[in-house]
Design a protein around this ligand. Structure first.
Ligand code: AMP
Ligand code: GLY
Length: 479
């Protein structure tokens, strides 16, 4: 046994006592906020973390340890004798950090590089989904411009076509997808991709062409351990920069949960027909998945369709989700990391496919820097943070830094997520808006319509009655 294999000894029946969280953005702030509030947790270490994350109770940040450096992360985890490492962003997964930790016997919540490929290779995701019988948009992957364009033409000219979608294969930081109304736009997008991709990559599938689907989107994220899944409630992200879904795509300008048109009763079915078969197929291929499996869904008139998989928690979805959870995360993440999620859930008295919620709804409003997403400006002084907290909101920091005078300044594209809770979505929205209104800096950008347009059935309740019968979904289900 390696010396590192002793990690995990502090973990008791109630879960891990010493955790190391990798990352330093808004998602990691929400994870740390949640974990540090659990009674069984004694210490949360964060690499690199941030000034705001360091303000949370029980927390120590290591700004000089890169989350992308497997040796540095392993050294820290071993030195600090942590019970569990929790990986926030996708980049450490792709950098093989989890593989290095697992090789050394350190329990880790986050998939290996081989399993995380489901996020960074859209062609691999499609291949796994097809083998697993999970429905995605009609599409194919290509390594050359001409056949890609021929297929785009075929899709664009098909009866009832709404256009095509061009996707780059690989970690593109959310910038690799172009939704095209017509063939000319697709041709231009393909031209850019084939012109910019490094020569060496042309031997691999590099571009995915899909039919363009239409419908509302939803994110369903599940804690997974090779063969089992336990889903967080569904959430909805607002990807475009401006109100009414206008402007450029972003990492996400706001999120809310629950999602009235994805009732929680339907989620168990979705986990059964999406997450479970994908887990089984990954395991069959020798790449079992332990971590958060994020299914990006489109609710088409023919039923929910899988648009993408991510190998991590969604950001800003998780900022809206974690304050709603009525179960401690620590023991569940630890159980998943050990390949025994079912026992961890059982020990907490949980049954079924869904994590329990408090009954509150949550709305997260993202405040972004001037000139985000093109060239976000750094260094603007942020005013009103204490007022927003006093108004009862949770304020998660995604891109801030504290200056020598103790003031927080902007230091990234998405700067803050202001989360309001309430017994209904409109009440949560009002609380989030009221708190967000108290925060300002020069050039701050935000949407004013996060969670503003809800299906009529949902206006009165945090968790709506089931408006979509399981039968209706199955009718449109996997083909
Ligand atoms: P992805 O990175 O695959 O999630 O794509 C980013 C965004 O592009 C999604 O959230 C959708 O809004 C849009 N998108 C992706 N694939 C499709 C599709 N086949 N049809 C319509 N929109 C899509
Ligand atoms: N909010 C979208 C994502 O985390 O990928």
């Amino acid at each position: 046994m390696s010396p590192q294999a002793s990690s995990g000894v502090n973990a008791g029946p109630s879960g891990p006592a010493r955790l190391l969280v990798l990352g330093g953005g808004g998602r990691e702030h929400a994870l740390v906020w949640s974990l540090s509030r659990e009674a069984a947790v004694e210490a949360v270490l964060v690499a690199p973390g941030s000034d705001a994350i360091a303000d949370e109770p029980k927390v120590r940040c290591f700004p000089n340890v890169s989350a992308l450096d497997p040796a540095a992360v392993l050294d820290l985890a071993t030195r600090e004798d942590v019970d569990l490492v929790v990986v926030g962003p996708e980049a450490p997964l792709a950098a093989g950090v989890v593989d290095a930790l697992l090789d050394a016997g350190v329990p880790t919540f986050g998939p290996t590089r081989a399993a995380a490929r489901i996020e960074w290779s859209k062609a691999f995701c499609r291949d796994v989904a097809a083998a697993a019988g999970v429905r995605m948009a009609r599409g194919r992957d290509f390594t050359a411009m001409e056949p890609a364009l021929d297929f785009a033409r075929e899709l664009a000219e098909a009866p009832g076509s709404r256009g095509v979608v061009v996707k780059a294969d690989g970690l593109m930081a959310g910038k690799g997808v172009t939704v095209c109304d017509d063939l000319d736009t697709a041709r231009a997008a393909l031209g850019v991709l084939f012109a910019t991709l490094p020569e060496g990559q042309l031997a691999q599938p590099v571009v995915v062409i899909e039919e363009r689907l239409s419908g509302a989107e939803a994110s369903l994220i599940a804690l997974c351990d090779d063969h089992g899944a336990l889903a967080l409630p569904p959430a909805r992200d607002h990807k475009r920069l401006l109100d009414d879904d206008k402007g450029p795509n972003t990492g996400g300008m706001g999120a809310y949960s629950p999602v009235p048109d994805v009732p929680e009763s339907l989620c168990a079915t979705l986990v059964d027909v999406i997450h479970m078969p994908i887990l089984a197929e990954l395991a069959r291929r020798g790449a079992p998945f332990r971590g958060a499996l994020y299914a990006g869904l489109m609710l088409t008139p023919e039923g929910p369709v899988l648009i993408e998989c991510n190998a991590r928690f969604g950001d800003p979805e998780v900022q809206a989700l974690l304050p709603r959870l009525a179960a401690p995360l620590g023991p569940l993440l630890y159980g998943a990391a050990q390949g025994d999620l079912a026992s961890a859930a059982g020990a907490l008295g949980l049954t079924g496919r869904m994590l329990p919620t408090t009954g509150d709804a949550a709305v997260a409003v993202v405040l972004a820097a001037a000139d985000y997403p093109a060239a976000p400006r750094k260094g603007d002084v942020i005013l009103g943070l204490d007022d927003a907290a006093a108004a009862g909101a949770a304020v998660f920091h995604a891109g801030t830094v504290r200056d020598a005078d103790g003031q927080f300044r902007t230091n990234g594209g998405r700067v803050l997520a202001v989360v309001g809770l309430g017994t209904t979505i409109p009440a949560a929205r009002a609380n989030a808006e009221r708190a967000a209104d108290l925060i300002t800096w020069p050039g701050m950008q935000r949407r004013r319509d996060v969670a503003a347009r809800l299906p009529a059935a949902a206006r009165g309740a945090a968790t709506s009655p089931d408006p979509v019968s399981e039968k209706a979904w199955m009718k449109g289900g996997p083909s």
